[in-house]
Design a protein around this ligand. Structure first.
Ligand code: HEC
Length: 206
């Protein structure tokens, strides 16, 4: 019959033995791995077929219906004339976009970068490309029946010879541009009695 003290000693020896066995001299030895899958992920070559999944790809596609962060769905309005009309009637400025000073300053900057070379700083259709006859047919905003919805639509899809700017400006930026374009339109139409919009552009633009 073993005494309790002896059992304890044997147990202590066993534990010490295990600890010592676990320490190998070889520094390159990783030690024992009990669940190797957890430590060593499968080494996959990008874009090379694997047998990991049945379709031989190594990555999964996002679940159907997944939308990128910050994405705004715009599928209700097609790129055609019907989509344009529908945008005029139903597409409304989100309440999160406020026409405050900061927003208007940002909108002006966006407009100067992406629009003014065709439309002109005042929106009268006299941008530098038009003046140099590089691009023609740019209207004055004063002559177009536009609202926030149509502007968003036109910047998204383009219209006539104006191309889509969807890859340049985010939906949020398009709304800011819409605010700015409508402000330009107001400024253009307000003094219409005294000057034609084109003259207004000539005298105020430098
Ligand atoms: C390369 C020149 C060019 C650039 C850049 C450009 N536009 Fe245009 N834009 C045009 C032309 C040309 C038209 C007339 C299209 C038509 O009705 O056939 C037009 C038309 C418009 C209209 C009136 C469309 C309507 O509903 O009648 C708006 C609003 C407009 N542009 C806004 C913008 C904004 C905002 C930007 C900047 C993000 C911009 N455009 C950039 C050339 C340009």
């Amino acid at each position: 019959m073993l005494k309790k003290g002896t059992i304890n000693k044997l147990f202590a020896f066993a534990v010490a033995g295990l600890v010592l066995v676990a320490c190998k001299k070889d520094e390159n030895h990783r030690g024992w791995q009990y669940m190797p899958d957890m430590y060593d992920g499968p080494a996959l070559e990008a874009y090379s077929p694997t047998d990991l999944f049945s379709d031989s790809t190594s990555a999964r596609k996002p679940v159907e219906g997944t939308i990128p962060r910050g994405f705004m769905s715009y599928t209700d309005y097609g790129a055609d004339a019907a989509g344009y009309d529908s945008a005029r009637m139903h597409l409304e400025m989100p309440s999160s976009i406020m026409a405050d000073e900061t927003t208007m300053a940002e909108a002006k900057e966006l407009y100067t970068i992406f629009c003014s070379h065709c439309h002109g700083d005042k929106g009268a259709g006299q941008g530098v490309l038009v003046k140099n006859e590089k691009f023609l047919g740019v209207p004055s905003y004063a002559d177009r029946d536009i609202n926030y919805g149509t502007i968003f639509h036109v910047v998204t899809y383009g219209k006539g010879v104006m191309g889509s700017h969807a890859s340049q400006v985010t939906p949020e930026e398009r709304w800011k541009l819409a605010l700015y374009v409508m402000k330009l339109k107001e400024d253009l139409t307000a003094p219409a009695e005294e000057q034609s919009s084109e003259e207004a552009e000539e005298t105020t633009e430098s």
